[in-house]
Design a protein. Sequence first.
Length: 146
Amino acid sequence: MPDFPSSSGVSEWPDMADWLADSMAGKPVAFILELGPKAFIEGRGVDDPVCAQIQVLADGVLMLRRSRTVLGHLMLADYSSADLDLDLWHTDGHFDDCTDGYIFSRDAHLIADIAVAWFRDNWATAAPDELGCDYRFPDQLRPQTG
């Protein structure tokens, strides 16, 4: 995962969308990428930060959740995408911490563009370098030997 954003050379919004889409390629199921104000990501006090979270599901499907409060890490029963409505914005409040809806898609560029627009257009974030990111790979249990 490349550093974000200042050390990766991301300074313009279109570059940010490309960086996000590229960063999601080849990630394992259950991988989570979180975006938010740099101070929040760095652990400094920010009350109710505007956040976005991308999680990898099965079969190349990504889930983007947007919120005006801290997003938790979901404990999904499985990561199957078989019965999901793709490329449709959901606002039904399925997730308590997801205040602005969510979408499932196989299109990483669509997901990246929606995430960028969330910060650029709705929260007047001046530039990508005002944001930070954090990510988490899934835990893997290894078989015990001998």
